[in-house]
Design a protein. Structure first.
Length: 289
């Protein structure tokens, strides 16, 4: 990477690391499972003071309890008295009918950010009140290391300032894109929400294929894991399109070209992925009903 690009990247990282220091708060996090905890860790790493965060989590982990000792508020008796600036819903969607309605009073002056799959803006507005500002977001599991991909949509009640606050909170887990059509979240779920599982499956398949041609299992597993991790990081850092990166490692008549004839041929990866994404999108639409 050229020196000026490295400097620009470093400056952007520095701004990102300090981007939550001036958030007035408080922020109410409902649910501190894997995704909720990933967001919380990101907020604290980016400078949000622990005393500006309150968490509702009936089954608090020892780590979360320890953070409470450090100033973070755990299971407040009446969340409405906090007058939160934002409420982040990170509970499982099946418990939403019980967990969300009691938050209606607290949501009156807050932006409600939901990362629950299958719970629409309409559902949230229905249980919290017609005037509630709501953002629905779909993150993915790399959020746990700050490399997630989140897509978000806001309802008409969300002010520009509330959307900006939502953006800053969600960006703590990685990249974020905004859309205006909520219906697109079904396809988003199929591509990026479920996408990490497809990549992990590719690592499994690549390792098994290596064993099939004679590699020891441990070596095959390491080659597959490190190759996919390295290729992903290269794609992350490079300005080139994935197709160009692929072409750059494909010599005419070589081993890569021979393998790609299979993967890109009839019934190959393109067709399988298109079918898989269509199926996942259809399932997401069923869950949204």
């Amino acid at each position: 990477m050229p020196k000026n690009q490295e400097n620009a990247s470093a400056d952007a990282d520095a701004r990102r690391r300090s981007s939550l220091r001036d958030v007035a708060g408080p922020i109410l996090l409902v649910g501190a499972g894997k995704m909720g905890s990933a967001l919380l860790d990101g907020w604290l790493a980016l400078g949000l003071a622990p005393h500006k965060v309150a968490i509702i989590e009936p089954h608090a982990s020892p780590e979360l309890a320890a953070q409470a000792i450090g100033g973070l508020r755990l299971n407040p008796a009446d969340p409405a008295t906090l007058r939160p600036a934002a409420i982040v819903l990170a509970v499982k969607p099946q418990v939403a009918p019980d967990a969300v309605p009691p938050l209606a009073k607290a949501a009156a002056s807050a932006v409600v950010i939901s990362i629950m799959a299958g719970r629409t803006l309409g559902f949230l507005k229905g249980v919290l009140g017609e005037g509630t500002a709501v953002v629905r977001a779909m993150p993915n599991t790399p959020a746990s290391i700050g490399r997630g991909m989140t897509v978000a949509v806001a309802n008409a009640n969300t002010s520009p300032a509330q959307r900006e606050l939502a953006h800053r909170l969600l960006a703590a887990a990685g990249a974020i894109e905004w859309i205006t059509d909520e219906a697109l979240l079904d396809a988003v779920t199929a591509v990026s929400g479920s996408g990490p599982a497809y990549v992990f499956l590719l690592a499994e398949c690549l390792a098994r294929a290596g064993v099939a041609v004679g590699l020891p299992p441990k070596l095959a597993a390491k080659l597959a894991r490190e190759t996919i991790a390295g290729a992903g990081e290269l794609m992350h850092r490079s300005p080139l399109e994935p197709a160009t990166l692929r072409q750059n490692v494909t010599s005419p008549g070589g081993t890569t070209a021979a393998a790609l004839e299979i993967l890109m041929g009839p019934g190959g990866l393109d067709a399988l992925m298109e079918k898989a994404i269509a199926t996942a999108t259809s399932r997401s639409r069923e869950l949204d009903r």
